[in-house]
Design a protein around this ligand. Structure first.
Ligand code: KIV
Length: 269
């Protein structure tokens, strides 16, 4: 755990980039987990719209609503003392026009107590990002594989492998920085391209499936803890096998009840 328990700010992330200290980021959706992750020293907690997949069991991130994101964010905020809390604007809450996007971002900040919002896309959302920033709300970008566009992409495979998409991504990253984003996620793009973008930008890049050249890394917590068992992409390193541990514990619990080994007199009043 870092000795410095001071609240992480967007300025602090900038300092980490300048110093060459890698930024740590994980997803969080509930109070109990957020508290554990925060105490373990994660710099940024993302209330990701991946909650749609890992919390609600949907196939994509599209169905999650604004009210559901706000509920998850409120739970996370209550558990966190140090980390910067970034909340995803869900699909449909910012694509219509920049005024709707601003209303969504304000809801996330006001009703959940978030510190920043994240939204997906490059040039097409730059005006929207500017409007949100003008209201004093920090924005994190998200380029590369942007899951809210999965039906347009048709596949979760690596993005920007062809030169024209790679060049567009480099341009988009520059536009996000110019607009005032404090950082950007780079998801599932070639490592060399992520390194190039990281070198060209002065704001931090946070990679997921984008190689070691980014300023920081993010994973979906359920994936890195082995809670999701059917998802094994190359970029996820599993730091625990919690599904197996929970399975074994619950089997023992059921067995103890059935054999009347639980509860004992010591566990009774
Ligand atoms: O929703 C999410 O979990 C994300 C990360 C994959 C970056 O956006």
């Amino acid at each position: 755990m870092p000795k410095d328990r001071k609240r992480v700010t967007t300025q602090r992330l900038q300092e980490l980039k300048v110093r060459g200290t890698p930024i740590t980021m994980l997803t969080a959706y509930d109070y109990t987990s957020a508290r554990i992750l925060d105490r373990a020293g994660v710099d940024v907690l993302l209330v990701g719209d991946s909650a749609s997949n890992v919390m609600a069991g949907h196939e994509t991130t599209l169905p999650i609503t604004m009210d559901q994101m706000i509920y998850h964010a409120q739970c996370v905020v209550r558990g966190v003392e140090r980390a910067l809390i970034v909340v995803d604007l869900p699909f449909g809450s910012y694509q219509g026009n920049s005024k709707e996007a601003l209303v969504s971002a304000i809801r996330v900040m006001k009703e959940a107590g978030a510190h920043a919002v994240k939204l997906e896309g490059g040039e097409v959302v730059v005006q929207t990002i500017q409007r949100i920033l003008d209201a004093g709300i920090p924005v994190m970008g998200h380029l590369g594989l942007t899951p809210q566009r999965i039906y347009q992409f048709g596949t979760y495979k690596v993005r920007a492998q062809e030169e024209d998409e790679a060049e567009r991504l480099v341009r988009d990253a520059g536009l996000l920085q110019q607009a005032g984003c404090f950082a950007t996620v780079l998801e599932k793009i070639p490592a060399a391209l992520a390194s190039r973008v990281t070198k060209e930008l002065t704001i931090p890049t946070i990679g997921i499936g984008a190689g070691p050249g980014c300023d920081g890394q993010v994973l979906v917590t359920h994936d890195m803890l082995g809670l999701t068992t059917e998802f094994h992409p190359r970029f996820v390193r599993r730091y625990a096998e919690l599904a197996d541990i929970i399975h074994a514990a619950v089997e023992r619990y059921c067995s103890d009840i059935r054999s009347r080994a639980f509860p004992t007199d010591d566990e009774s009043y």
